[in-house]
Design a protein around this ligand. Sequence first.
Ligand SMILES: *Cc1c(COP(=O)(O)O)cnc(C)c1O
Ligand SMILES: [Zn+2]
Length: 468
Amino acid sequence: MVAMDDAVYQRCIDPNCDGVLDVKDTSFRCPRCGDLMDVAYDWDRLRPPTSWKFVEQKWSRRTDPLCYSGVWRFRELLPFAPPECVVTIGEGQTILQCADAVATYTGMKPGRVFLQYEGMNPSGSFKDNGMTAAFTHARIVGAKRAACASTGNTSASLAVYCSATGAMRAIIFIGSGKIAYGKLAQALDHGALTIQIAGDFDDAMARVQEVAGKLGIYLVNSINPFRLEGQKTIMYRILEALGWEVPDWVVVPGGNLGNVSSFGKAFGELHHLGLIKRVPRLAVINAAGANTFFHLTQRHGLRWESGRWDREKLSAHYRALDGENVRAATIASAIEINRPVNLPKALRALATCGGLAREVTDQEIVDAKAKVGSGGLGCEPASAAAVAGLRRLRLEGVVDSDERVVCVLTGHQLKDPNATVAYHSSDPKTFDEMLGRRGVRRANFANRAVQVRNELAEIIQAIEVYAR
Ligand SMILES: *Cc1c(COP(=O)(O)O)cnc(C)c1O
Ligand SMILES: [Zn+2]
């Protein structure tokens, strides 16, 4: 069935398995062993770019949507789709901000910490980088309906792409009571069919795969390797913003581990193609209440081992979680995931990039989030985990204070307004409901509203006292 003379196809990620799929297959699982698939390119035949000039030539042609998009201006590095099939809504207009306030907070020297702000995407999170690629693939295969399980941002992105293009119907599976309001608002406003399951994300993820398989609905979760192709471009844009220099570290929050997987693939390919001379190190940051990846890699030494990774370690961990009925629990709802579907790919990414994992508490996350906000760009709690993680790595001495570090701010501040307001609130009940019950003891950088009576003199006095 698979014409192996195709220059683009899907290949099992296990180097010891020779399972392949046609580029148009939508099962996204290895037909031989059931493992995850990669989008694979026969670069010798695709004639890939040999210098970054191929992108720079597009900068003057920004009226062409394929040159304007922050994803598709790099399309020669994800060449699975004919240009006329590409679905783009202008995603990827994101910025790399040098963030000295965050540098100070994390113990780094000024000028050494950068925030890659993915909150500027059309739906407010990095997920749009992947969604445009998945949508493009869905169009190639002629899909009519698309589904995902989501902690919120994948569903928001899917809903935006469906409503903006009219190309497909969106079907969204969410866990009950687990989704941040900004994200739920998007799914509803953009007209997605929203199915709220009595369960959490891990339950919804298992169900959506079952239902999508049964009904032949196109799946846009990050198990979809085409989505990860789009997310590679986050790294290309970082390099672009740094004048094609490779940073020393890229720090990213880890949930389903799609991002870190795609970053590892991106750097592996760029190195193979000679577009970069060395790869950065990757740091994946888990929330302590959803720390499967940290737990297995750092405490149990789980490694990729050229694809021969110890699957029993993972099964034993899941059995233990089930046995004690442990559920993922963190304020950072976007990474509140105990069974990350891309775990094997993430192991491979760490091997490619000399990477590591860390965990941070909700206390560290919300404090880091306040520091990010007061320093300029606002982010949601999951994104702040990257900054909290950098702070830890600096305290441990793993990262040097003058190394160049990029933290990926995965989602916009307004995604989860409740978390932000609770942090800054002076009302103990508001604080406790959102944060106190998660073990956050205090808002170390709270910016509390000042309560005054409606009297001119009192208002003026408040301003003179608090904003001298
Ligand atoms: C999806 C998401 C994550 C987790 O990314 P993975 O690729 O699943 O590891 C982190 N932060 C935000 C804001 C997200 O939406
Ligand atoms: Zn296989």
